[in-house]
Design a protein around this ligand. Structure first.
Ligand code: PRX
Length: 654
């Protein structure tokens, strides 16, 4: 669609909420006023209404140690009790919690009563391995029910989990396990990918082969029946240990600020940050947003979030939010195109999914595959669509609405981060008149502003600035594991201690909607996955042939951004062309994981640097995006860019 026809199309559409939707919506316009009038009172009410506390809290927020927040001070609760047991006690034991859809078509239906038993057994098993409150447990698993059981079992005994996405390499796993000092790792023998078994435990074995590994025990679920290297002292099968446990377990209440999990995410330096979240505030924020933003009605909805539990979206919107709310949800193990490109839509039809939450990169991929594919399935059950992870372009928004949402389902474009714990900026379905491509406005209870370079807030339309959050919120990170200074510096110093700096560029439109414009720091967003340029650069320079490397995120039609690397080889290294490039790409996959593999690596004689030696990534981005190279006057050697460009055109002539 051309820009002109797109804008006239948008102009004609009525995107105000339908009266029938509004009549049943959990979110209301009144909530904005209530939260505005009494920020803490609003959040206190959410916590009491949505969660079951063992001891009520005495103080809603203690911000005296800013930027280190304490929410719901004095309160105690158990997260697993809130996500499982209380629903059984309320008579919903027979309600399906999880419709598991395996990659090869195997299925499993887990009710809340089943879930209660499974979590109890897993909690007993972890305790039998010596895990107690406060110990960290690493989870390196595919999208299977045991992963959810393990996370909830950890929460139940107050052992913070650190879930590491299955696409990360042994090296990445090692650094994360070491940083969190995890004593136990839970994994599987392998994982199914497009009908084939891929190893998983092998990476755990390699990760803990390091001398300083804190890991004492490895608990292994048999998923693919693959051969695995086994150490009788250290390794134990899930089916031996967990199945033999009692299916009851007492859930002890934890302090509201007890750490619930650590989740590593990429920052602007090479070392990933262990973002940590705590109990009461996080669960309140996850449950509240799942109820009002996704408009979840647990008695009638079938909810499906397609994220992997290895990312924050899977934590907040597969495990904690929906289960705290007593939802029935789909858990899918596989990829969208296995065994064919209509797999997701068959799943929607089969389970009558009513709320679907996914990422723009997936939507753009479906657009490429064609609208006739979803048209083969009955998608009429869908009533709410969500988007997360990166800006959704208006074309993709319209396609999603028309071909998946039957031209009727509201789309919630939800902006948030690993650090924010849960959704922060989003329309409320049934309340907001939608604006395709914009996340629109902070949800009730959240306050944001856009600042200029001098740190001054402004509201002028179309001017680009920096998104900041101006009030503490319950789901906010409580810090970076083991590194309080880095927490303060990264988030609370760019514009002074009053503003949480999100790292995203943003602008308002003439209607006052917020548009998120991507990262303003050296963090890339590739298919909704957060990657750091510095982390990939240090992976590249750890290769013996590489002297120096610079990485940029270049615009990509499907994945949002793609990793492009510029590499200078060492004097003694020989450039074998494509072979060298492949070797370097594989090296990055080994150091970080396949998700970080550069789309393109260009071997160059020099990198553009300022006189003070800083690499000018902006210029490299111009090259990677095939644009005319911008201003080179600040370069120490202005001929460098022509050298790089000559090399590029020689490459493309090959
Ligand atoms: O740049 C923003 C982008 O994703 C970043 C957060 O990444 P991560 O911590 O991995 O969490 C992703 C899932 C919550 C943000 O700083 N981002 C996330 N959602 C949106 C978005 N950008 C634009 N629009 C969104 N809806």
């Amino acid at each position: 669609m051309s820009d002109d026809s797109l804008s006239s199309h948008l102009h004609e559409m009525d995107l105000s909420p339908a009266a029938e939707f509004t009549a049943q919506a959990n979110g209301t316009a009144q909530m904005y006023d209530d939260a505005e009038a009494d920020h803490e009172g609003f959040w206190a009410a959410q916590a009491r209404e949505r969660l079951t506390w063992a001891t009520d809290f005495e103080q809603t927020l203690d911000w005296s140690g800013a930027p280190f927040a304490k929410w719901y001070v004095g309160g105690t609760l158990n997260v697993a009790y809130n996500c499982v047991d209380r629903h059984v006690e309320a008579g919903h034991g027979d309600r399906v919690a999880i419709h598991f859809e395996g990659e090869r078509g195997d299925t499993r239906t887990i009710t809340y009563a089943d879930l209660q038993k499974e979590v109890a057994k897993a909690a007993n098993a972890l305790e039998s391995l010596g895990v107690s409150t406060g110990d960290r447990v690493a989870i390196y698993m595919p999208m299977i029910p045991e992963t959810v059981f393990t996370m909830l079992a950890c929460a139940r005994i107050g052992a913070p989990h650190s879930v590491i996405f299955g696409g990360f390499s042994a090296e990445a796993l090692h650094t994360r396990i070491a940083d969190a000092e995890a004593r136990v790792v839970v994994t599987t023998d392998g994982q199914w990918r497009r009908g084939k078994a891929a190893p998983l435990k092998a990476a755990v074995v390699a990760a803990i082969a390091h001398d300083d590994s804190p890991v004492e025990k490895v608990l292994v679920v048999k998923r693919t029946d693959s051969e695995v290297e086994w150490d009788d002292q250290r390794d134990v099968w899930w089916h031996d240990l967990v199945e033999a446990q009692s299916d009851t377990h007492e859930a002890r209440p934890m302090d509201s600020e007890h750490p619930l999990f650590i989740l590593y995410t990429s920052g602007t330096t090479g070392k990933p940050k262990g973002i940590f979240h705590t109990t009461g505030g996080y669960l309140t924020h996850a449950a509240y947003t799942n109820a009002v933003v996704h408009d979840l009605h647990p008695e009638t909805d079938v909810y499906w979030c397609t994220a992997d539990v290895g990312w924050v979206t899977g934590h907040s919107y597969i495990v904690y939010g929906p289960l705290a709310n007593g939802a029935t949800q789909v858990l899918y193990e596989g990829t969208p195109d296995s065994p064919h490109q209509g797999r997701w839509w068959e799943i929607v039809e089969k389970y009558k999914v009513s709320i679907l939450y996914t990422a723009p990169t997936a939507i753009r991929t479906f657009m490429k595959w064609g609208a006739d594919i979803p048209a083969k399935s009955d998608l009429s059950s869908i009533r709410v669509l969500g988007s997360v992870g990166e800006p959704i372009n208006p074309e993709a928004w319209l396609w999603y609405r028309k071909h998946i949402g039957g031209d009727r389902a509201p789309i919630v474009d939800t902006w948030w981060q690993t650090e924010t714990g849960a959704i922060m900026i989003s329309p409320l379905p049934g309340v907001t008149t939608l604006e395709p491509g914009s996340a629109q406005r902070p949800i009730p209870g959240i306050s944001a502003e856009i600042l200029d370079d001098d740190g001054q807030p402004f509201t002028e339309p179309e001017k680009v600035g920096y998104l900041v959050l101006t009030k503490p919120w319950p789901g906010m990170l409580r810090g970076i594991w083991g590194d309080p200074d880095r927490y303060r510096e990264t988030y609370w110093s760019r514009f002074g201690p009053k503003y949480y700096f999100a790292g995203d560029g943003a602008k308002y439109d003439a209607k006052g909607n917020i548009w998120l414009l991507g990262r303003v720091d050296d963090v890339m967003n590739v298919s909704g996955h957060r990657l750091s340029t510095a982390e990939i650069e240090s992976a590249l320079v750890s290769h013996p042939s590489v002297a120096e490397a610079a990485v940029v995120g270049a615009a990509d039609e499907t994945t949002g951004q793609a990793v492009c690397a510029f590499v200078i080889l060492r004097g003694e290294a020989v450039d074998h062309g494509e072979e060298t490039v492949q070797e370097l790409r594989n090296h990055v996959a080994q150091e970080i994981g396949p998700i970080a593999k550069p789309r393109q690596i260009m071997i160059v004689p020099e990198l553009p640097k300022t006189r003070s030696g800083k690499i000018m990534r902006r210029l490299l981005k111009d090259v990677a995006e095939n644009r005319e190279v911008g201003d080179v006057t600040t370069l120490a050697d202005s001929s460098v860019m022509s050298l790089i460009q000559q090399g590029m055109s020689a490459d493309s002539a090959d």
